[in-house]
Design a protein around this ligand. Sequence first.
Ligand SMILES: [Ca+2]
Length: 165
Amino acid sequence: MMRKITELMLILAVVFTAGQAADEESWCTTGWSCFFSAYYKFVSTPLSWVEAELHCQKLIPGGHLASLHSLEEQQFVLKLSKNNVIWIGASDSYKDRTFFWTDGSAWDYENWHSGEPNNFHGTREACVNSYYFSDDTWNDFICTAKFPFTCKVTGPSCLTNQIVG
Ligand SMILES: [Ca+2]
């Protein structure tokens, strides 16, 4: 009896592992790059911040502009985005200087360039881009400006972090 249970558990473990690998493979073949348990896609077509967010939402269920929660994730996204200035999923459109992520995740990391966010020259800058200063820092900017962008969606944990495309 005990041996049968052990065998069953082993079979289940194999099936689960195979399933996870298949999941990851299918995500990667559709052009999504994996970093731990999230998947990312760089879109080179410049759009306004709102258009970019809507594009991410239409691209895949649960998709949003990328939220960033560590320097490692920031650098992964920059590499994927080929060091373009990109919109990220941060905005303070609801209340000046109170930033949020469009995917609803916690505001637990910031990487502002020195002097940012600044509503430059008194112009309301309610949307956030990355690499504006040719480094990994952030800048608040006018939401109607058009930039490439990177989408993100949470998914199955990947076995290896990798950039696709
Ligand atoms: Ca600014």
